[in-house]
Design a protein around this ligand. Sequence first.
Ligand code: EPZ
Length: 417
Amino acid sequence: MSCLVIEGQKRLHGETGVQGSKNSTLPILAALLLCEGESLIHNCPDLSDVAGSINILRYLGCEVEYGSNTLVCRAKDLDKNHIPDSLMREMRSSIIFLGALLARTGSASMCFPGGCDIGLRPIDLHLKALSELGAEISDDHGVFRCTVPNGLHGANISLSFPSVGATENIMICASVAEGTTVITNAAREPEICDLADFLNGCGANISGAGEGTIIIEGVNRLSGTRHSVIPDRIVASTLLACCASTSGKIKLNHVIPSHLGAVLSIFRECGCDVDIRGSSIIMDAPVRLTAPKIVRTMPYPGFPTDAQAPIMAMTAKSKGTTLFVENIFENRYLHVNSLLRMGANIKVEGKVAVLQGVECLHGAQVEAKDLRGAAALIAAALGAEGRTTLSGLKYLDRGYEDVEKTLRALGADVRRS
Ligand code: EPZ
């Protein structure tokens, strides 16, 4: 089993770009099912979750080529409407294919995606919304089957929680439904806006993305388009956390700083100088960070749950105490045990974690249990004394494209063995 070997306390410096957003790419790849004709997706990150999506697209009958961060897809003759368990299991978020498959073929079946390490990940909001658009859904011993006996029609859908995935499934499905769909309490993440831009580029008529209410006027069909995926704000946040963990100074290029508002505010509270210049962020970290008082995860534009673990790792050596409140997922402190092995002082009680900054962390053998926890352990290891060996890289490779190469270019001593 491969692992990362990290020799800590090398100050990060220099500049780097940031990969395309995983959480923007995945719904866009699902939406390709709806687009008759050829589409080109640029800035498409080379990740195992992207490979999982490509496997599903090909299984369903799409022609897909991928190379040098560009994906070409022709979704002409779809010949299946069931996604097998083996492909569903490859990535947690395959539920995002439901709306597109239903809209394109009139029926869809797949197994319940099941939970993952960070939580139960229910899909009730997805299923309720799709039934409001005209889907009939039955549960056949863990496999749910959807049909649209009278076609898809617009609806007024009010989400009880601004679910990112449910918002995306509705947008995709409603884009070719008969009539108007209004989503209230919609997710407002930048990835929602990127999906809307992609769909509108294919001929959809979606307005209000990024606000709490999205209006979708159904159209007859969608064509192919060219689209470039937005930069990954969570990878950007992770690289900044790695820099701050080593008292470093780096410049991130090709980012959208406004997507990182809540995260940059925490870096500034920690004593980092953060300078925004167009599509670049320059951050200069102090020798020792000041602990932020509270990090509370919220739907966008609040502090993103995906950045909670890397920021916790960064603050482990800070001066002071930080209260973390994880409001989005019920089990998103899986990285804490490994941080404790490295000398951190953290106490977890339900969705709350209290972190008391320590003078230093020491390297250890640690194992990642989920995607952002893997990133957190890298950030901690970079700032720790001595060597850290990190296993569980299958989680890391789901969301970070060749992160060791990026970190080496910034001066880190990290290698995969
Ligand atoms: C997306 O997951 C992201 N994944 C997650 O990123 C991210 O953490 C999350 O949004 C929140 O921002 C992708 O975009 C592929 P949700 P998603 O539906 O859509 C509950 C990462 O690390 N919920 O907004 O699954 C759910 O249990 C990943 O890149 C229901 O109760 O998130 C959770 O508590 C992790 N019923 C909350 O809503 C539902 O039907 C937020 O979930 C759906 C969700």
